[in-house]
Design a protein around this ligand. Structure first.
Ligand code: CDP
Ligand code: CDP
Length: 202
């Protein structure tokens, strides 16, 4: 059975948390596509490679680095993610993952719009910049005003780029998690998946 759940949205909206939870609940594989761009950004910086060369040379072990969740990696990711050849180098891996037997959840920025426009379920998970920055600050510490500034900068870069900008697919359900608990947000996503699976069986 092929069944793809596409979850897009801005930084710290709750995409990863929701994706991991519904993947577990429905027995689907999960791919955090942001990790690919984070790994390309950090590989490029630390190995002195051009971003396109880093994307083409990406290896599974590059996704195991300890520093991928840092703010630095997030910024590096959003810079390399604006380069069309970097994005192109990562498309086949993501589409292959999405087409796995047994189904998959992919989270990122362009899953419902570009990578998997035929996904059975499309969610756009968002929250206010202040709420998202506060969540990232709770995870990573530092100066909260700086974190908010970086979140805003990354939002602007991701929404403003010409190739695969961050935006909801026309047929995506928008879930604003600003005032939702994790349990409530996961339940909304799970309801959509359940409804679509039930519909597919009819
Ligand atoms: O993957 P993404 O960057 O969109 O966000 P995340 O890593 O899933 O969530 C960022 C942080 O917000 C995590 O620490 C979550 O536990 C928290 N969160 C929350 O407090 N309330 C929600 N409704 C969703 C996530
Ligand atoms: O966890 P968080 O939402 O902070 O970031 P992420 O999902 O790990 O993504 C890091 C960066 O990679 C984003 O700011 C985007 O610039 C880029 N990205 C992208 O362009 N397309 C994707 N499908 C996933 C991430």
């Amino acid at each position: 059975m092929r069944f793809t759940v596409a979850i897009d949205g801005p930084a710290a909206a709750g995409k990863g948390t929701i994706s991991r939870a519904v993947a577990e609940q429905f027995g689907l594989a999960h791919l955090d596509t942001g990790a690919l761009y984070r790994a390309v950004g950090m590989k490029s910086e630390t190995e002195g490679l051009e971003p396109i060369a880093a994307a083409k040379a990406l290896r599974p072990e590059d996704l195991e680095r300890d520093d991928l969740r840092t703010m630095e990696a997030g910024q590096a990711a959003s810079i390399v993610a604006a380069i069309p050849e970097v994005r192109a180098a990562l498309v086949a891996f993501q589409r292959d993952f999405a087409a796995r037997e047994g189904g998959a959840v992919l989270d990122g920025r362009d899953i419902g719009t570009v990578i998997c426009p035929q996904a059975e379920v499309k969610l756009f998970v968002t929250a206010s910049p202040e709420v998202r920055a506060h969540r990232r600050w709770l995870e990573l510490g530092g100066d909260e005003a700086d974190v908010l500034e970086q979140v805003r900068e990354r939002d602007a870069r991701d929404m403003g780029r010409a190739d695969s900008p961050l935006r909801p697919a026309v047929d995506a359900l928008v879930i604003d998690t600003s005032d939702l608990s994790i349990e409530e947000a996961v339940a909304r996503a799970a309801d959509q998946i359940e409804a679509r699976r039930a519909g597919d069986l009819d």
